[in-house]
Each structure stands twice: as C-alpha cells, then as structure tokens.
Design a protein. Structure first.
Length: 133
C-alpha cells in the first residue's frame, strides 16, 4: 500500500524537545510525572461503576485512588487529539488495520493482528502497573 503525501512526518528532534518541555512543565506545575497507565485503570473503574458500583467501592485500589476525571485523564485525551492533529497536519494520517510490515511478515489477517496487538498492550499495561506507573 503506497502512502501519499509527506512521508517524513514530524522531525523527531523537535517532537522529542517538545515532549521534554512537557515533562518539565508537568513536574514544575503539578509535582507529578506524565503518565497514562493510571488513567486506563481509572477509566476501567468508571466503566465498571456503571454496572456494579458497590464492587468498585469495595476494591482496595479504588478506595485509595477513586476513579476521577483529572489532569492525567485530560492528558490521555490530549494524546489522541494531538496525534490526530500531528498526523493530519503532516499529511501522514491513514486508517490501516494491518500495517505493511506486519502484512509482509505474517499476512493480511486482521484477527491475528488484533489478538497480538491486544496481548502486547495487556503485557505492557501489566508491566506499567507492576512498576506503579
């Protein structure tokens, strides 16, 4: 699948520099490091509260860290919006269920790609939570 438009995307040095400034600003103004894994756990708490609020209220983790809509939650939403803006302004946005590299190595199967992507995300999230990140 041939990609049209600008293949380069954003300069990685500029993007890295801006990310570094964001990290410094985060610690400076909030005293906290930028992170996303806690927000995913809290999002799960929000969803589970809809179906069983008593269970969420009884969980030890949520008695300490109630599901809440805070700066970190907005940060995760901003990641999505920022990446969408970055990809559209650099003209590199495209919707693709199976990346070219995956397709060349493992074939065009969407189900296999979805399962492996889910498992990889679950392992990464487990590691992040294990490290209290």
């Amino acid at each position: 699948m041939e990609q049209k438009g600008n293949d380069r995307g954003w300069n990685p040095y500029v993007a890295g520099f801006l990310t570094g400034l964001l990290l410094i600003a985060s610690v400076w103004f909030t005293g906290k490091y930028v992170g996303a894994s806690t927000t995913f756990v809290r999002s799960t708490g929000f969803i589970e509260k809809v179906f069983n609020a008593e269970r969420v209220g009884a969980m030890e983790y949520f008695t300490k860290n109630l599901p809440k809509f805070d700066w970190q939650f907005l940060f995760v939403i901003g990641i999505f919006i920022g990446s969408l803006i970055a990809s559209t302004t650099s003209k590199t946005f495209r919707q693709q269920w199976v990346p070219d590299m995956w397709q060349a190595r493992f074939g065009p199967g969407k189900a296999k790609r979805a399962i492996v992507a889910f498992l990889g995300g679950a392992i990464a999230m487990y590691g992040a939570r294990l490290a209290d990140g």
